[in-house]
Design a protein around this ligand. Structure first.
Ligand code: SAM
Length: 368
C-alpha cells in the first residue's frame, strides 16, 4: 500500500520539531487507505490486534518513560535498560513507528511522537495503563472464545474456567493492572463526576464497587464536607494504600454487594459497575442498595448511556459493550430507557440525567 509521506520523511519532520504534523496514526492510516481501496482499509482493521499487542509489549517494558523529549536515546540504550535484545526491540519499535507511535531514525535513535508520549506514565490521561490492560491474557483469551457468547456461553469462563472476578482474585498482578486501568481510564470519568454534581450538602458517600477509590478521592478533593466509604471485594480494598484515603476521610470496607451494602449513608455511587452485570444481577445489586438506603437517600448510577443508533453513537460504547460480552456474557452497556426500566423494577425513580465532560453520565435516582 502506498501512502502520502513515508515514515522516514515523517520521522525527520518530527525530529525537526514539527510534532503537530503527525499523520501516520493508525486512524489516519485507515482513513488514507480508504481513499485507495476498501480492501486495504479492511486489511488494516484486521491487523489491529498486532498493533494492540505491540503496544502492550512496549508498555510492559515502560519504553515510553525511557524516551526523553528532545533526548537521544537509542534502541540499544532502551534495550539495555530493559535487559532485552536490541535487534528484536528495534523491530518492535520500527513497526510501531510505522503507525505513528514513536519515531525511529536509521541510526536507531528513538524520539516521541504525540501518540507515543501518551504512553508515558507521567502525562495527563496517560494511555500506559490501557495499553497494558486491553490485551492482558485474561481478556485476550476471552476474546478468542467470543463466539460462545452467541450460544449463551460466557467467553471468559470458556477460556479460564472461572468468572472474571474470581480470575482477578487468583491473578493479583492482573487485578492490579485492572485497578490501575480503572483509576487512569482515559474517559476521565472520576474527575468528571466530581465536577458535574453538587456533593457539598452530603455527609457520607458509599462508593459501591468503588475499585481503588479514585471517584471518592476526586469528589473529596473538590468538596470538604463529605466522608467516603469505599466498598469493594476484600482483595480489592486490602490492596488500597492508606496514603490514598484522603487523610482518613475515606474508610474502606470489604464485602459482596450481592449480600449487602453499608447502610445509612445519604448518597450511594455505582460507577461503571452495572455494565459488568446482566439485568438480573443488576437488580440484585440495586436491591442491596435500596435495603441500605435511608428515606430520602440518593443513588447516582454513573455509566455510559448508549445511543441506540450506532450511526450516531460513540464507537467506544459499542466496543465496550462487546468487551462486556467477552468478559461476562450477558452483561452490557445500556440505553437511557434500559436504565430507567432497570431502576424502576427495583423501586427507584430516575429523577435526572446529568451529562458530564466525559462519556460517562450521572443517572440520579431516588427511592420511590
Ligand atoms: C468496572 S470496575 C469499576 C470500579 C470503580 N467504580 C471505577 O469506576 O473505577 C467494577 C468494580 O466492581 C467490583 N466488584 C465486582 N464484584 C463485586 C462484588 N460482588 N462485591 C463488591 N464489589 C464487586 C470490582 O472489584 C471492581 O472494582
Amino acid at each position: 500500500m502506498r501512502r502520502a509521506g513515508s515514515a522516514g520523511e515523517l520521522c525527520s519532520q518530527l525530529v525537526g520539531g514539527e510534532h503537530y504534523r503527525v499523520g501516520l496514526s493508525f486512524t489516519v492510516m485507515v482513513e488514507s487507505a480508504s481513499r485507495e481501496t476498501e480492501r486495504a482499509r479492511l486489511d488494516l482493521l484486521l491487523r489491529g490486534f498486532q498493533v494492540s499487542r505491540l503496544l502492550r509489549l512496549v508498555a510492559d517494558l515502560s519504553i515510553a518513560d525511557g524516551v526523553q523529549d528532545g533526548g537521544d536515546r537509542t534502541v540499544a540504550d532502551l534495550a539495555a535498560d530493559c535487559e532485552v535484545d536490541t535487534t528484536q526491540l528495534t523491530r518492535v519499535i520500527r513497526a510501531l513507528a510505522s503507525v505513528g507511535v514513536f519515531c525511529l531514525t536509521e541510526q536507531g535513535v528513538v524520539s516521541h511522537t504525540p501518540m507515543s508520549r501518551l504512553l508515558r506514565t507521567d502525562v495527563e490521561a496517560s494511555l500506559h495503563h490501557g495499553a497494558r490492560f486491553w490485551t492482558e491474557p485474561g481478556s485476550w483469551r476471552a476474546w478468542e472464545e467470543l463466539d460462545v457468547a452467541l450460544r449463551n456461553g460466557v467467553p471468559h469462563e470458556q477460556a479460564w474456567g472461572v468468572d472474571r472476578f474470581d480470575y482477578l482474585r487468583r491473578h493479583q498482578d492482573t487485578a492490579r493492572i485492572f485497578d490501575q486501568f480503572m483509576s487512569h481510564c482515559p474517559d476521565g470519568r472520576h474527575q468528571a463526576v466530581a465536577d458535574s454534581y453538587d456533593f457539598s450538602g452530603i455527609d457520607t458517600i458509599v462508593d459501591v464497587g468503588g475499585g481503588n477509590g479514585e471517584a471518592l478521592r476526586r469528589i473529596l478533593g473538590r468538596f470538604d464536607a463529605p466522608r467516603g466509604v469505599l466498598y469493594d471485594r476484600h482483595d480489592v480494598v486490602s490492596a488500597v494504600d492508606d496514603g490514598d484515603l484522603v487523610e482518613g476521610r475515606i474508610r474502606v470496607e470489604g464485602g459482596d454487594f450481592f449480600q449487602r451494602v453499608p447502610s445509612g449513608a445519604d448518597l450511594y455511587l455505582l460507577v461503571c459497575v452495572l455494565h459488568d452485570w446482566s439485568d438480573k444481577d443488576c437488580e440484585r445489586i440495586l436491591k442491596s442498595c435500596r435495603v441500605a438506603m435511608k428515606p430520602g437517600g440518593r443513588l447516582l448510577v454513573c455509566e455510559r448511556v448508549m445511543e441506540p443508533d450506532p450511526s450516531r453513537g460513540d464507537p467506544f460504547d459499542y466496543l465496550l459493550d462487546v468487551q462486556m460480552m467477552a468478559m461476562y456474557g450477558t452483561a452490557r452497556e445500556r440505553t437511557e430507557s434500559e436504565f430507567r426500566d432497570l431502576l424502576e423494577r427495583r423501586g427507584f425513580a430516575l429523577t435526572h440525567l446529568h451529562e458530564t465532560s466525559s462519556p460517562v453520565s450521572i443517572l440520579e435516582a431516588s427511592v420511590i
